[in-house]
Write a protein that binds this ligand. Structure first.
Ligand code: UDP
Length: 499
């Protein structure tokens, strides 16, 4: 996007949530509006700005009106996942500065009341695409899972522009109110209907329901919703979303495209665990479209068992790969969950020695990798940011959802867009619970081959993915649908200013 003069006098605040999958796109959003000439201030939780300070400094260096305002934490408090303690600091800041609007992440659940009381126009960002939000709405209204008995019986999500089928086992717990399932998962990984831990579960459910209601209530009262997506990716769902759900919606993505410099791409989210040159020279030595990038996002903790199945599946597929191995979820008995660890050593050595595999322990420079011409496929957990980044890079995907709204994103990738192959995940798992049985190595190998083998079907998927990548670029350029929506939001704020 290019600088525009029409937004000179506007000031927008952006209030990101700290989880990487929320913070990364919100920072991009702030940078995007600054590139359009809007004075953009990132309101940051204390000690949280280190991961994006450098890219903001670079933007400032090139004359963009963007800055960071860290909020003060009251003495004696530690910031964990509930950011409620920031409410006084936010209120004081809003009263002092009175911006033209604030874009707030819905995960700051308390913030809607504080912002609305001060009377600053509030725009909601929840990090989802239009497809998953439309599907969740349909589930809430029609409750299709009520009509099937088995966890693994397919049902159709009614009222959507496409025929979308899912199973109860793939539905998020946090949307039980929206027609999701009610069940508990023991640490052993087995499912059971509500039973032994019923009391605790009921208490948790009412908390979950309250949070969902709070979020929807906050969305009902806002000026509108800003969505990280683009029209050509999910046109029927953008229309559905705008018509049926949001008062006003501005679809302005994919926001990752505002990262044009190598430095921005290499450092996005946090400093990478591999230096960019060794990563690029490894990729430069490979044939075009020959490498599969494997990553499950910023939160996923796979079990050692699942990691081994993936490793053996990759080895059998004969395909080159870069694998960002995150934290390994070990049995929780001794409080050991989440420690970094090595895969089975013989296997890991074999993979590295064959030069077919590059394993990154920790944070990967995802945008740099995905955009490299040698990368021809992406095994992803279908987080919405990662999905959009795969789409923008024009690569077909192997879909391996685990949690959140990822199973819906999988359906979009495979069933609606036809740019991916499902590995066969069946079990939705919350981030802090022990996952169910692993997806086996055969399924991994099969899905990888289908995407990477160069056959007719794979070529057709690749062609479609490439076409969508080009459409993403066009949407984001001047005159494209996302550019127009961003300008429409600026106009809206300017016209409110005049009244
Ligand atoms: N990411 C990255 N390097 C990593 C892991 C993740 O750059 O090693 C980025 C990725 O590019 C994306 C974000 O972290 O922008 C993850 O967000 P997503 O919505 O895909 O998944 P989540 O982490 O929230 O599950």
């Amino acid at each position: 996007m290019v600088q525009s003069s029409m937004a000179d006098e506007l000031e927008m605040f952006f209030f990101p949530f700290m989880a990487r999958g929320h913070q990364i796109p919100m920072i991009d959003l702030a940078r995007l509006f600054a590139s359009l000439g809007v004075k953009s201030t990132i309101v940051a939780a204390p000690d949280n700005a280190h991961s994006f300070r450098d890219s903001i400094a670079r933007d400032r260096g090139s004359g963009r009106p963007i800055s960071i305002h860290p909020l003060d934490l009251p003495r004696g408090y530690k910031l964990l996942t509930d950011t409620f303690v920031l409410q006084d600091a936010l209120r004081d800041l809003l009263i002092a500065r009175r911006p033209d609007c604030i874009v707030a992440d819905t995960c700051h659940r308390w913030s809607a009341d504080v912002i609305d009381a001060v009377g600053v126009p509030r725009i909601v960002f929840n990090g989802y695409g239009c497809f998953s939000q439309s599907a969740l709405r349909s589930m809430r209204i029609h409750r299709p899972p009520d009509k099937v008995d088995s966890e693994y019986c397919q049902f159709e999500i009614p009222g959507l522009p496409d025929t979308i089928e899912m199973t109860k086992s793939q539905l998020p717990h946090f949307h039980e109110e929206s027609g999701g399932r009610k069940r508990t998962r023991k640490r052993t990984g087995q499912m059971k209907e509500s039973g032994g831990r019923k009391r605790t579960r009921q208490m948790k459910e009412s908390g979950g329901r309250k949070r969902t209601r709070q979020r929807r209530n906050s969305e009902d009262r806002c000026l509108g919703v800003v969505v990280n997506s683009f029209l050509d990716l999910e046109p029927a769902y953008v229309e559905y979303f705008k018509k049926e759900m949001a008062k006003k919606a501005w679809v302005v993505g994919p926001v990752s495209l505002c990262n044009r410099d190598v430095e921005d791409k290499a450092e996005r989210g946090q400093r990478a665990a591999i230096d960019e040159q060794s990563c690029l020279s490894w990729l430069n030595a490979k044939e075009p479209n020959s490498v599969l990038y494997v990553s499950f996002g910023s939160l996923a903790r796979l079990t050692r068992e699942q990691l081994l199945e993936i490793a053996y599946g990759l080895e059998a597929s004969s395909c080159s790969f870069i694998w960002a191995v995150g934290k390994i979820n070990k049995p929780m008995k001794n409080g050991e969950g989440g420690r970094r660890d090595r895969l089975q050593s013989g296997l890991e050595k074999r993979l590295e020695e064959s030069k077919r595999g590059l394993i990154i322990r920790g944070w990967a420079p995802q945008l740099l990798i995905l955009e490299h011409p040698s990368v021809g496929g992406y095994m992803t957990h279908c987080g919405w940011n990662s999905t959009l980044e795969g789409v923008s890079a024009g690569v077909p995907m192997v879909t391996f959802p685990h949690s959140a709204e990822q199973f819906f994103n999988e359906k979009l990738i495979t069933d609606v867009l036809g740019i991916g192959v499902q590995v066969g995940s069946m079990e939705w798992t919350s981030c802090n619970a022990q996952p169910g049985p692993p997806v086996g190595r055969r399924k991994v190998e099969e899905a990888v081959r289908k995407v990477m083998d160069g056959g007719e079907k794979a070529a057709e998927m690749r062609r479609r993915a490439k076409e969508l990548g080009e459409k993403a670029e066009r949407a984001f350029e001047e005159g494209g649908s996302s550019y127009e929506d961003a300008e429409a939001l600026i106009q809206e704020l300017k016209s409110r200013k005049k009244v």
